[in-house]
Design a binder for this molecule. Sequence first.
Ligand code: DP6
Length: 359
Amino acid sequence: MSSIKDFVSSEFSPIKGKTSWASPSNIALVKYWGKYGDQFPQNPSLSFTLSKCVTTTSVAFKPREVKSDHFSFSFLFEGKQEAAFHPKIETFFKRIAHYCPYLIQHHLDISSSNSFPHSSGIASSASSMSALALAIVSMEQALNPELSPIQFAQKASFLARLGSGSAARSIAGPMMSWGETPAIEGSSQSFGTQLAQRIHPIFETFQDTILIIDKGQKKVSSTLGHQLMENHPYASTRFAQAHEHLKSLVTILSTGEMEDFIALVELEALTLHALMMASNPYFVLMQPNTLAVLNKVWAFRQDTKVPLSFTLDAGANVHLLYPKENKAVVLEFIQTELAGYCQGGQYIEDQVGAGAKKL
Ligand code: DP6
């Protein structure tokens, strides 16, 4: 599948069934920040697929008795009716309806839960949208068993992207890219691609310990954040830089050159925040404790030579990245020196994973 029209499924006779998926979150090393049109990225991005921060989503479907132009579904989040999520799902269904004509022919009972605390300030759109997209493509596969594994993965990523851009990168592990780049064969603006290049084995052992500096709701929604890039004075320079970074990162990932990895990943994180500080209106999303942690990380790295680095999302929390062989010494450092900067002393231990799983 390569052209968008290839993602439009045929119409099938409705059937009854049920499918469940667990899909992980991911953490971008080269950031997606800026989009256009129907959720296309302004630059390619690349992320580690995580393993413990997952959303599990089940979809039970059955033929609809009454024909209507409206979607018919119920939604339970962690076992409770959550009306607040309905408009988001409805919008998602409207966006993907053209590609999934079977949606309107069925009633769906959706139930979803996260492995991580809802109030941890961890963005869950990547795991939740990819889990829902995977369940919907499983439904399509029940209607059309001829869907090949490649078509399945590409369509799931394609649909996930229409729900939330970064969700396109949560399907497979240990790393995925999204957005067209000459550095990655088969890369696409429409769906994510599992990194097929040689990856130095050290990166498959990477840990991501997420320091919860602030549990609160995001101050800048990703929708607003991406909009800020529309008239941003540094936009074109940034998009060109991201292309260069992605190319360099692909080489670094194969050689395992740790100093170059750290320099590139931290520069990407700080660039994301610098872009927000230079937007109109401007936002500072780091908090004093974020900066205190970054200074501690730099000092620790200098003193111990342990390859500990950080990356940031569009928020105050810090993702600490390091190889598994350094886990004991890094966890000791986190417990003694960094946990005090976390809200309620909270941090989440995650690691690079193999991608979404059908349950
Ligand atoms: C900073 O994927 O949340 O995490 O497409 O509007 O849903 P929407 O945005 P979203 O943006 C993620 C931004 C980021 C960087 C990244 O994950 O690449």
